[in-house]
Design a binder for this molecule. Structure first.
Ligand SMILES: Cc1cc2nc3c(=O)[nH]c(=O)nc-3n(C[C@H](O)[C@H](O)[C@H](O)COP(=O)(O)O)c2cc1C
Length: 182
């Protein structure tokens, strides 16, 4: 059970963005409080209403939105989070986080939080294998960020780590990380 735990989930512009709704739903079922931050690209794949519905909380997108939403703004979410999970995470977002860029609500929250920061990437294997992407992942790991990845086998038999881990696996890992820090 995750009663009393505050989890912030950042959803980025991946083809698997819709799977984040199942992650949110699974964590809410374990009684976590879940807030969702979406990048602008993520909203092209899934509507904020989907996450509003499964999380029960307003979805945060624009860091310069009307002051009424500042209550759920980057500082509040950054301070209240026990764990920040970016799932699925684009190559772009990993690069932004590794470079210390804070030009939207999610990247600003990452830079402002002391919570465990966890990435569950999803990208095509060619993107994943680019040296710059590998460097960015390593750099974030060296800074203490956690990557949730799972070996996947393609129909061709090729084994990959670039695709989003299974929803259940992500939920288990998040639970394990939170329990380890309790
Ligand atoms: C149909 C489509 C699917 C995409 N899927 C992915 C993906 O799975 N992983 C990824 O890293 N980028 C993917 N991209 C590229 C990102 O959406 C793009 O880099 C975007 O700028 C990411 O913005 P964000 O990181 O702020 O969410 C996709 C783009 C399109 C048009």
């Amino acid at each position: 059970m995750l009663k009393g735990k505050n989890i912030v989930i950042g959803v980025t512009g991946c083809s698997t963005a819709y799977k984040a709704a199942d992650i949110v739903s699974g964590l809410v079922a374990l009684q976590a409080n879940v807030d969702v931050i979406m990048t602008e690209s993520a909203t092209k794949f899934v509507t904020p209403l989907t996450f509003r519905n499964v999380s029960g909380n307003p979805v945060v997108q624009d860091q310069f939105a009307d002051p009424v939403s500042w209550n759920a703004g980057h500082k509040k979410l950054a301070d209240k989070a026990d764990l920040l999970l970016i799932a699925p995470s684009t190559a772009n977002f990993i690069g932004k986080a590794a470079g210390g860029i804070a030009d939207d609500m999610l990247s600003t929250t990452i830079l402002s939080t002391e919570a465990i920061t966890v990435f569950a990437p999803h990208m095509n294997p060619k993107m994943y294998q680019k040296p710059v992407v590998q460097r960015n992942i390593k750099s974030l790991q060296q800074d203490g960020c956690v990557f949730i990845q799972q070996e996947k086998t393609m129909p061709s038999g090729k084994k990959l780590y670039s695709l989003l881990a299974d929803v259940e696996f992500i939920i288990q890992e998040v639970t394990r990380l939170l329990e380890a820090r309790a």
